[in-house]
Design a protein around this ligand. Structure first.
Ligand code: ACM
Ligand code: ZN
Length: 559
């Protein structure tokens, strides 16, 4: 018995010892897990002001909550976004709750007092983080900064946020990217992904180029043939337009967005504080519409949806009343679908040869008393007239037009926002005349251009050479402008035209990271520009591109 007792004692000792060992092992493992990483807030686009205090940091943990004011549904949605973002990069799913948070929380609020309506302030101390926006969109940008500060490689580590304050707001109120779905149709899922990418870069407008010679992509109930006929081309040019003889792929290409899909996409963008600006390009680039309704052209057709790129001589007949009715009907439905104040009505690349020979156009010119005056032709004035008719129609609906710089060629438009793309000095000229201007000079921001000089090893592109550095160094405000005139430069955007880009992977490759470069031009203070420092921040941003499987080009790291 004694022996047995002794044996029992030994068993107990063994169990105790094992327990101690186990506890030691666990604490060793958890110690090993607790490698500390420190956030530096150096994200793209770079915040305006980051002040770090020598005080205790905030430590993020699984028990941290994200709190928003009761009944603020927008901030609830923002809180849900933040929770999801943090989950994707850290694996921690933080609880979202209404009301005041107390300690260990990320508190979202509005009411921050700042002149810039998109501003936010982020205050970090040992008890948590407060993101306070003038409005909910400011909070959303604060959330993007917080999200991008939490690098994916932080997963499983102890994450410290140094105490301090970030005060941030965008330099420009107009920060956009154009995507051309006319040349190639892209599915709804990709459009949403594209919008997610814009949100990651604090972009607030998505310029959606919806109609082209090669395809009409928007369902218009009153004109069903626009999509039945106008959304499909029988084949597509293979290779570059400049390589002759032309060859075709003998494969139909098509697709369009139903009005229900458009509503869904508009809402998806709104939730991310992105306004979609639809572009219905007129009076040129309308061949797909004319293929569907040949009476819209000067010669009455027949026309076919174009199978190759370039500028087409067949344009809308602006001498026939039916064309004006068509435009009014189309824009009625467009305004019902898109709540954006800005509506883009195109105006680029409209040859006047058909109008010169068209009895209807010529009689309209006479009726309006339009004359060549040495500076402008009667046909240029007819273009301006037709665009100003659309402008007035949209104005009555409380909307404002954006148009490509050619709108000024004919002189008449009342209050358009001018999108300068062609001539270096056109944006400055327009601003001097008192127009609001969006700067999109093709040499600086056309991201369908090559990103490497080694063109042989790049996918076929339209031409040009536009590396990330060039986009980054672009200064949208022309130095010739006075302080007052500068206010007319409301922003800038990159343009992703798709003549030579037919699939989502390729589109992402052209977009990223040049979008990151323009996002700093759009958002950050130009005084803090430094390409090498930007490249370091970009390295961090690439971790996010990788997490989300965005197909970004890596030339920028190749030297
Ligand atoms: C344009 O690039 N045609 C505006
Ligand atoms: Zn005509």
């Amino acid at each position: 018995m004694e022996n047995d007792n002794k044996q029992e004692m030994t068993m107990k000792e063994i169990i105790d010892k094992s327990l101690i060992l186990l506890i030691l092992l666990f604490s060793l493992i958890s110690c090993a897990e607790k490698e500390v990483v420190t956030v530096d807030y150096q994200v793209v686009p770079l915040p305006q002001e980051i002040k770090i205090l020598n005080e205790k940091p905030f430590v993020l943990s699984r028990t941290t909550v994200i709190a928003y004011p009761e009944e603020n549904e927008k901030l609830k949605s923002n809180a849900d976004f933040l929770s999801e973002y943090i989950f994707v990069t850290t694996g921690m799913k933080l609880k979202v709750k209404a009301g005041e948070s107390g300690k260990n929380a990320i508190q979202l609020n509005t009411g921050y007092d700042h002149d810039n309506k998109e501003a936010y302030r982020m205050v970090i101390d040992e008890n948590g983080i407060e993101i306070d926006g003038v409005n909910e969109n400011g909070v959303f940008y604060g959330i993007q900064t917080l999200r991008k500060s939490l690098l994916p490689f932080f997963k499983g580590k102890e994450i410290e946020f140094p105490a301090g304050t970030i005060t941030d707001y965008p330099r420009f109120s107009y920060r956009a990217a154009l995507f051309d779905v006319g040349r190639y149709f892209y599915p709804v899922e990709f459009i949403k992904r594209f919008i997610d990418i814009l949100a990651l870069h604090n972009v607030n407008y998505f310029h959606w180029h919806l109609t082209e010679d090669q395809g009409w992509r928007l369902e218009i109930k009153k004109y069903p043939k626009l999509t039945e006929i106008g959304s499909i081309r029988k084949e597509t040019l293979v290779g570059h337009l400049k390589s002759e003889p032309h060859e075709y792929d003998n494969t139909p290409h098509g697709g369009f967005y139903t009005q229900e899909e458009v509503k869904e996409i508009v809402k998806y963008a709104q939730e991310r504080y992105i306004t979609i600006i639809p572009e219905i390009d007129l009076p040129g680039h309308m061949l797909a519409a004319m293929a569907a309704y040949p009476e819209l052209g000067c010669k009455g057709g027949p026309y076919e949806v174009s199978t190759k790129w370039g500028i087409h001589e067949d344009v809308l007949c602006m001498g026939k009343e039916g064309t004006y009715q068509f435009l009014e009907d189309v824009f009625t439905e467009v305004t019902e679908l898109f709540p954006s104040e800005y509506i883009h009505i195109g105006g680029d690349e409209c040859p006047k040869t058909r109008w010169e020979a068209c009895p209807d156009c010529q009689s309209k010119i006479r009726e309006l008393g339009l004359k060549d005056d040495g500076e402008r032709t009667a046909e240029q004035k007819l273009q301006s007239y037709s665009m100003s008719v659309v402008e007035q129609f949209l104005k009555e609906k409380g909307r404002r037009i954006i148009a490509w710089e050619e709108i000024l060629d004919g002189g008449i438009a009342e209050n358009p926002v001018v999108m300068s793309w062609l001539k270096e000095e056109s944006g400055a000229d327009a601003a001097m005349k008192g127009y609001d201007v969006i700067m999109t000079p093709h040499r600086e921001v056309y991201i369908d251009y090559y990103q490497s000089e080694d063109k042989e090893n790049e996918p076929l592109a339209i031409g040009g050479f536009l590396p990330v550095e060039r986009v980054y160094n672009f200064e949208p405000v022309p130095s010739v402008l006075t302080e007052e005139q500068r206010k007319h430069i409301i922003g800038t955007q990159v343009n992703l035209w798709t003549e030579y880009i037919s699939d989502p992977d390729h589109a992402e490759y052209m977009l990223l990271p040049r979008l990151a470069a323009i996002s700093e031009v759009q958002w950050s203070d130009s005084q803090s520009k430094d390409f090498e420092k930007f490249r370091l921040r970009l390295k961090d941003l690439f971790q996010f591109y990788d997490v989300y499987n965005y197909n970004a080009a890596r030339h920028v790291f190749n030297y």
